[in-house]
Design a protein around this ligand. Sequence first.
Ligand SMILES: Nc1nc2c(ncn2[C@@H]2O[C@H](COP(=O)(O)OP(=O)(O)OP(=O)(O)O)[C@@H](O)[C@H]2O)c(=O)[nH]1
Ligand SMILES: [Mg+2]
Length: 396
Amino acid sequence: MSIHVGEAGVRMGEVIWDVLMKKPNSSMCRETMVSGTYAPRAVFVDLDSSTLEKIPYVCVSGREDASNNFARGYCTVGRTVMGALWDHISHMVEACESMQGILLTHSTSGGTGAGLGSLLGEKLDDEFPRISKIGFQLVPSPQVCTTIVEPYNTSLCHHYMMDKVQTKILMENEALYDLCMLQQEIERPTYYDLNSLVANVVTSIVHQPCNEYYTNLVPYPRIHYVTCSYAPMRLTDRSHANVTSVFDTPSPYGITRDVLQLKNRMIKVYGKPGKWIAAYVMYNGQITTTEINKALQRYRDGAKIPFVDWSPVGIKCSLEREEGKPMAATLLVNDTVIKESFRRNNERFNRMWSKGAFVHWYLQEGMETGEFIEAQENLAALELDYKEMELESDNQ
Ligand SMILES: Nc1nc2c(ncn2[C@@H]2O[C@H](COP(=O)(O)OP(=O)(O)OP(=O)(O)O)[C@@H](O)[C@H]2O)c(=O)[nH]1
Ligand SMILES: [Mg+2]
């Protein structure tokens, strides 16, 4: 099932379900009382009710948003909706014979996505520790800052969710925006366009239990932040039907090359590329395993994939031959390059924290300074953990 939290989370969920409902009898849906009709196994939640107005599925809303304040989502306003939210979630889990996983979408910058997202992460871990969870998180972009307290919200969210959601796929709007402009030739991408790119990835990973990704991509529990890409770039039909794509007739090699190239990743990389710890490519549509193997071999002949020396497996592949689906590939890769996102956020956090700036807004809602210090230490340690992953590789 899926849970979509806060504005970005809900908007992403909306597009994901636009796609999934085109084939509504998948395991992501449940049959309703009216036989032959299906409804999403999904809950949409936002403290700001206006986001949910047009969502025709199960929604839980609050009366006022969290005003970009993690503490409002985590300690105060967020708690007011937890009862109703939990009723829906537990009901859906119990109505499902074998829950394969819970998928969350949210941003880490907003008060609801980060704060209520964390609160929910804790509850899910408490109540359903055996169900694997996977998070799609929109993290701050390198050069565009949407709110001043984004670094606080992001660090607190990473800290509280660290061991509650076992696999996390991170994305940045700056990268999504560039992909829309450069690859899709959309002059002014809208949120819908950005969300369509995310939906491509989400809808291709739902074919397998969440645990599959955890087992294949996460060598140590803390090193669980995954980046992703998708090829061919293609938006859902609601928008920009007139875009003529260079990928009109994708080839097995074409999509393999595009999905593996760093420039197509849904996070922005300005500095040094990272090292790959583990990678998973999911092919979909009319393609054969022989074609996949050939394409991968050809790519490897021309370019070195920067795996850490100690990673035993290389790229894992899967193939879902969905009827009528065009050929496509999704990459999930545990890449040390993600440490840049943590480094940047830690720097911004430290700069504000050293002046005590904006902290009173959080204390006023019941948080304590100790929580900031713990988050700061945990995230600094995480940055080091990733550095170590690369070092081990350099030393060998
Ligand atoms: N990709 C994408 N990003 C979005 C969308 N809506 C908002 N954002 C981004 O999300 C971040 C802000 O988080 P929101 O999800 O709006 O905040 P929230 O969770 O609703 O929290 P509060 O409004 O503070 O209660 C900003 O970086 C926005 O640029 C969307 O539909 N798609
Ligand atoms: Mg909001």
